[in-house]
Design a protein around this ligand. Structure first.
Ligand SMILES: Cc1cc2nc3c(=O)[nH]c(=O)nc-3n(C[C@H](O)[C@H](O)[C@H](O)COP(=O)(O)OP(=O)(O)OC[C@H]3O[C@@H](n4cnc5c(N)ncnc54)[C@H](O)[C@@H]3O)c2cc1C
Length: 411
């Protein structure tokens, strides 16, 4: 029997699951999600810190967060599954006038785009949230009470379970090994693993090329539309269709402390802008995060034990009490961010390959932006445009055209 699907989604992480949900929600029936792992959540989604925030600097990120956070606040009712959205807020702490000016300018932009509850906070007000902070160098900050956390695994499962009850199919333990494109130089067929990018043959004619199917370890699937939702592996998947996608994996490490009662039971995500160190409560302990500037791109998913000392130095500086916290490096973990050159997502169709779409390159924001990304991708596939944002901003064409976006608030 020939397998067919109206849409094939490659990857069942939080993004692929949200895209499936939004396609089904908009009436698309024959959706097939293909996942190479035996369980969902083995990629970046299962490694995430679960932070959600509207405190960004660019309009497109603010708009995507605004839609997504509103969605998370209604998720349980709308999707029928818990998101575990906790509106504990994000508290940015500035130690330089430059950072404070940056937060003030961002706040103006956030308010102008409808995120009206971002407050400027003084050093004293910051102290009311977390009295244990070192304050002598803090000048002030911003706080948004509807920022907070979700449970990424639960959100992913909710999107997928809902989509499946309405007809979407999920193939686990199935790897997509090739993407079939016809129309390239008059030939039809599966491209080599590098998509022909390194071919020494003459360049094919620029006749429109069109998706016709995917090859998988479970056989061939005939489809006119493929959505790449392969997280940090997105560039490899794009290459299967001969497309170039500037997405690179970058290791990101998180360190949980053992139970620690030297900080309040409830407090916001706190961001020390002087170092980028940030932390939040996770159960009885504290979850510590820091972007190591020495990290280099690559598929590195082992936790590096030397990271513990580095992060604890930043932790103890900002929260002296954390010097007493116990850490078991075996409970720490590493995952992959999926970075683009301008740290913004790539959403939309691939140039010159009809039927290929990207929902990739979230640069560490894929959980918080999953509702908006799924909705925008479904809109583009089914209607060619989205009323949520001007999606052309996120098109992969921006790199070739020099229209890069600049987001400096990358955590
Ligand atoms: C340590 C860490 C902390 C983070 N913290 C946050 C945070 O606080 N807030 C936030 O918003 N984001 C955070 N992120 C980023 C977030 O986790 C990602 O942006 C998001 O999970 C991306 O989801 P995804 O579905 O695109 O990718 P993934 O979850 O990686 O899913 C991609 C899937 O594609 C599958 N796949 C790949 N290739 C193939 C193939 N050929 N065939 C079939 N299947 C394939 C993989 O197996 C995988 O399951 C964090 C990430 C890390 C690593």
């Amino acid at each position: 029997m020939i397998e067919t699907a109206d849409v094939v989604i490659i990857g069942s992480g939080i993004v692929g699951s949200s895209v499936a949900y939004h396609l089904v929600e908009q009436g698309c029936k024959n959706v097939l999600v293909i996942e190479r792992e035996a369980h969902q959540g083995k990629g970046s989604t299962g490694k995430s810190m679960g932070g959600v925030r509207a405190q960004f600097s660019t309009p497109v990120n603010i708009q995507m967060s605004r839609y997504s956070i509103d969605f998370f606040s209604r998720f349980d009712e709308v999707v029928g599954h818990p998101a575990d959205y906790r509106a504990h807020g994000y508290l940015f702490c500035a130690t330089t006038e430059r950072h404070l000016d940056y937060l003030k300018a961002n706040r103006e932009r956030q308010i102008s785009l409808g995120v009206k509850n971002v407050d400027l906070v003084s050093r004293e007000e910051i102290g009311e949230f977390v009295p244990q902070l070192r304050f002598d160098d803090i000048l002030g900050g911003t706080f948004c009470p509807t920022d907070g956390f979700v449970d990424p695994h639960s959100v992913m499962m909710g999107f997928m379970l809902n989509a499946r009850t309405r007809g979407a199919r999920l193939w686990l333990d199935t790897t997509v090994t090739g993407i079939e494109v016809n129309g390239s130089a008059g030939s039809a067929g599966i491209l080599p693993a590098d998509g022909g990018l390194n071919s020494t043959l003459p360049a094919p004619s620029r006749a429109p090329r069109r998706i016709t199917g995917v090859n998988t370890t479970r056989g061939h699937v005939s489809t006119p539309i493929v959505i790449n939702a392969a997280g940090p592996w997105a560039a490899e998947v794009a290459r299967m269709a001969g497309a170039d996608l500037p997405v690179e994996p970058l290791r990101r490490q998180l360190v949980p402390t053992e139970p620690f009662d030297g900080l309040p039971q409830r407090f916001p995500m706190v961001i020390d802008m002087s170092s980028g160190f940030h932390f939040r409560r996770e159960g009885k302990g504290i979850l510590l995060a820091w972007n190591d500037p020495e990290e280099t791109a690559g598929y590195k998913t082992d936790f590096d034990p030397t990271f513990v000392e580095k992060i604890l130095t930043h932790a103890a500086y900002r929260v002296p009490a954390l010097a007493e916290a116990e850490v078991n490096p075996r409970r720490a973990w590493a995952g992959l961010y999926e970075m683009t050159p301008d740290h913004h997502a790539i959403i939309g169709s691939a140039p010159n390959i009809e039927g290929l779409y990207f929902a990739n390159g979230f640069s560490g924001h894929g959980v918080m932006h999953s509702p908006a990304s799924g909705r925008i991708t479904a809109d583009l596939v089914l209607h060619g445009n989205s009323d949520l944002i001007d999606a052309s901003q996120l098109s992969v064409d921006r790199f070739a055209e020099g229209r890069l976006l600049e987001e400096t608030a990358v955590l």
